[in-house]
Write a protein that binds this ligand. Sequence first.
Ligand SMILES: N[C@@H](CCC(=O)N[C@@H](CS)C(=O)NCC(=O)O)C(=O)O
Length: 217
Amino acid sequence: MAEGKIYIGTRQYSSWSLRGWLPVRLAKLDVEEVVIPLAGGATPAVKAVSPGGTVPYLEHRGMKVWESLAICEYCAEIFPALWPRDTAARAHARSIAGEMHAGFSDLRTSMPMNLRRELPGKGRTPGTVANIARIEAIWRETRARFGAGGPYLFGAVFGNADAMYAPAVTRFLTYQPDIAADTRAYCDAVRAHSLMAEWYDAAAKEPTEWRIPHYEV
Ligand SMILES: N[C@@H](CCC(=O)N[C@@H](CS)C(=O)NCC(=O)O)C(=O)O
């Protein structure tokens, strides 16, 4: 019998769910995956189960963990490689993961995650352009300082920092903003990860009734 449940929202749209689901799978937690179709805000079925009223929400061995970043931290207690081993690299990883958790509201609002669509040019506001430039700078600096030996932010291991930025990658693929070659290479590496492929495949099979009109604009 599974040791708990990870509640996630509609894979097509739920960027936060992706951020919580990735570390759970990377840490190989034995949990049942429960997908709640999102209503576009204040989904009653989400409110009924999750203490914070949002997904992702993890129940594991009797513990309750909500907020994607808390799920990342919890999973790293079980599978420490989710954060880099070196103290300076780990501090940097936590800083950039925290920056994503707390910020980038223009990108979130104007370029909502939608895995099924290609929307080149849509959502290109001054705010999103500034957010995208900051994300490119974060990835570039992180890869230059800590990324030797592999395609991910901290090298060969896809970790919590990559998980936090994975929905930014999907937005870059959907909205196709002007990005530099090194940004594109990182996006391609993340998209090619087997768990990202699994998430995209499952999203493609979601029923059309789960579509939310205002995320389709
Ligand atoms: N800060 C939260 C944000 C979670 C969040 O806003 N999740 C959205 C789905 S992507 C949600 O549950 N919204 C409520 C709803 O759609 O009913 C986290 O990091 O987990």
